[in-house]
Design a protein around this ligand. Structure first.
Ligand code: FES
Ligand code: FES
Length: 167
């Protein structure tokens, strides 16, 4: 039996512990905002947070998860995250397929570095691919959210395995 906290809710799973997190999110919990792209850790579509870290959910087994998981559905649990507001203002998405992964990667960056340089943004985002080429708008939106300063830290309260609600 695996116990896993996703967006503040504790879940139990008695299937294969080697099941990739992405499959669990989409097929078991119906959280389809996290996307399947390459399935090989190469595109960033499936990025979620484990604790404060950006993680490729296609490449991590449930048994290897050592913290609370946040998906795009939980990013703005108390209203839109500053990045989501900036994304809207800059009309970042084109087809939209990669964008939940882009947002989760960017959110992890701003948690670690609230005021990243251009080079730090480029380095953090380099593994998140966008076939539509929205990279300039992604970069601009991250800069705007970062310039919002302390507002950027208005993340939902950190959920830990201890304070999660049980479903
Ligand atoms: S689907 Fe996970 S990195 Fe591409
Ligand atoms: S917006 Fe289409 S793949 Fe990124």
């Amino acid at each position: 039996m695996i116990e896993i906290v996703v967006n503040g809710i504790r879940h139990r799973f008695d299937g294969d512990p080697a099941t990739p997190l992405l499959w669990f999110l989409r097929d078991e919990l119906g959280l389809v905002g996290t996307r399947f792209g390459c399935g090989a850790g190469l595109c960033g579509c499936c990025t979620v947070h484990v604790g404060n870290d950006a993680v490729r959910s296609c490449g991590i087994a449930l048994s290897d998860i050592n913290g609370a998981v946040t998906t795009i559905e939980g990013l703005g649990a108390n209203g839109l995250h500053p990045l989501q507001r900036a994304w809207i203002e800059h009309a970042v998405p084109q087809c939209g397929y990669c964008q939940s992964g882009q947002l989760m990667q960017a959110a992890a960056l701003l948690t670690a570095k609230p005021h990243p340089s251009d080079a730090e943004i480029n380095e953090a985002m380099t593994g998140n691919l966008c076939r539509c080429g929205t990279y300039p708008r992604i970069h601009a939106a991250i800069k705007q959210a970062a310039s919002a300063g302390s507002e950027t830290s208005a993340k939902p309260p950190v959920t830990t395995p201890e304070n999660a609600r049980v479903r």
